[in-house]
Ligand binder design. Structure first.
Ligand SMILES: Nc1ncnc2c1ncn2[C@@H]1O[C@H](COP(=O)(O)OP(=O)(O)O)[C@@H](O)[C@H]1O
Ligand SMILES: [Mg+2]
Length: 316
């Protein structure tokens, strides 16, 4: 589906005041940008799909108006090429001055917490060197991964996950504009799957609408079922010793379809129960062990691969 056909883009708020739920943050941001020349660098943190990038884009629109496109540089910091690329792009972008009608140029740096500490130290220099012409908005899922010298140079805002009621209201609004039939249970089901992630919720609404009215049944059909059957397949492959195939499929589910690692384990757990495997308790214990390791911070992809290998080595 082209990006223009996606409802997440079609219904992305254009003004801070249209952003749902993050009221305190929005209030402070609005007062910060009243006199844009005083605006500090900003640091947005919080989980996925709660409005961080949207808020950054709204600020760009509201401060820079017709110059927004020309004077805003959007970068993704987790890009493998790292800080060298960031430096080059920022340098080029900040070079031409003479901005009679705009207070500064804006650089939005997404996934800043994916940068190494060295890269962040270099970034700090870039921020200082370009301070005369540029303001930065840094976006991170996890603020604790941002080095202190950067944190202390920014006004920090922590975005919260969006409560069910707000997600439902927003979905209902969109459903109305799209002339969809949506019942309360259907919308609630979407909320359950999306866990406060508005991007996920809107995507699921659109996927459901493509198969019919938004009912609980249709939501389940478009969300859980397809994914869970795939997890069943991964389990079968692993248990029959086809570790490489199982691992490839697992990585596809996570990387391509965006299934979270914890969801993968949840689905795997219920697939095990359905399978009535002779070694049920051993399998469940393995799952619990790797679930815990991921929880305490071990690399999920490595852990899930090891789990599949362990399942493969269980004898029938
Ligand atoms: N607080 C919100 N209010 C309204 N829509 C939102 C909100 N948060 C996310 N969305 C919807 O989800 C999409 C993705 O949001 P985005 O701001 O990119 O999330 P992130 O926090 O991951 O940067 C937006 O295009 C918008 O449609
Ligand atoms: Mg974002």
């Amino acid at each position: 589906m082209p990006a223009t056909g996606m409802w997440v883009e079609k219904y992305r708020p254009q003004k801070l005041s249209d952003i749902v739920n993050q009221t305190e943050i929005i209030g402070s941001l609005e007062s910060l940008i009243k006199d844009p020349t005083d605006m500090p660098h900003l640091l947005f943190s919080g989980s996925a799909g709660v409005g961080k990038t949207t808020a950054a884009m709204c600020i760009s629109n509201q401060i820079l108006g017709e110059y927004a496109k020309e004077y805003t540089l959007e970068l993704n910091a987790s890009d493998e090429r790292g800080i060298g690329m960031v430096r080059e792009k920022v340098k080029k972008f900040s070079r031409f001055a003479g901005m009679a009608d705009a207070p500064f140029k804006l650089i939005i740096l997404d996934e800043a917490d994916e940068m190494t500490n060295d890269a962040q130290t270099a970034l700090r220099r870039i921020i200082e060197d370009t301070a005369q012409y540029c303001r930065f908005i840094l976006i991170a899922n996890n603020i604790s991964k941002i080095i202190e010298p950067i944190q202390s140079r920014c006004a920090a805002f922590k975005f919260t996950t969006i409560p069910e009621e707000d997600v439902i209201n927003r979905l209902a609004e969109i459903a109305k504009k799209e002339k969809l039939k949506a019942d309360k249970k259907g919308l609630q089901a979407i909320c359950e799957y999306s866990e406060g992630d508005m991007r996920h919720a809107i995507n699921l609404l659109q996927a459901t609408a493509s198969i019919g009215d938004v009912t609980e049944e249709h939501v389940k059909a478009s969300a859980g079922l397809t994914k869970t059957t795939d997890v069943d397949v991964v389990l079968k492959m692993a248990l029959s010793g086809k570790i490489t195939d199982a691992r490839e499929k697992m990585i596809e589910l996570i990387k391509v379809y965006g299934m979270s690692e914890s969801d993968f384990l949840k689905y795997l757990n219920s697939a095990v129960f359905k399978s009535k495997h002779a070694k049920l308790s051993q399998i469940l214990e393995s799952i619990a062990k790797y679930d815990y390791r991921i929880l305490v911070g071990a690399n999920p992809e490595i852990q899930l691969s090891a789990l599949l290998a362990e399942l493969g080595s269980l004898e029938e």
